[in-house]
Design a protein around this ligand. Structure first.
Ligand SMILES: [Zn+2]
Length: 145
């Protein structure tokens, strides 16, 4: 494999990963633990996923009740933001995340929504690339179709 330029953080990821290996690799590059949880009630209806970062750790929230395939895609999309080291955007959340400690502790907050910014497009592209790396593994869900 020929390494591409260092500007692409996905280029030096292994070509085939399990979900668990990918999660650990994203955590390693991020430098802190990442918890994946269903989103709390009160998010906007068009927000399907969210990355929330504090000094100590990050969370990836996915919309509750979505299909397994969309949930997986949302998680890969948020991995993309983390690997690409995107900065957060303004998002009005009300008290949805008050259990984490209030907005002052939150460093980064990125929602996956219908607003397609440059960062969103890059994260979608990263999600597609990550999915291709995972697709090398036998996937019982996908093989059922
Ligand atoms: Zn996004």
């Amino acid at each position: 494999m020929i390494a591409r330029s260092g500007s692409d953080p996905l280029a030096d990821l292994p070509l085939s990963l399990t979900r668990e290996q990918l999660h650990r690799e994203v955590e390693r590059r991020h430098g802190k633990p990442i918890a994946i949880q269903p989103a709390p009630a009160g998010l906007g209806k068009d927000v399907t996923g969210l990355w929330l970062e504090t000094d100590e750790r990050s969370w990836i929230f996915h919309a509750a009740g979505e299909s397994e395939l969309l949930r997986r895609h949302v998680i890969l999309h948020e991995y993309g933001h983390i690997l690409l080291m995107h900065s957060g955007c303004e998002l009005t959340l009300g008290t949805a995340f008050s259990h984490i400690g209030g907005s002052r502790r939150i460093k980064t907050l990125l929602g996956r929504s219908t607003a397609w910014t440059v960062q969103e497009i890059a994260a979608e592209d990263a999600a597609t690339q990550l999915a291709a790396r995972l697709a090398h593994r036998a996937d019982p869900l996908l093989e059922a179709f």
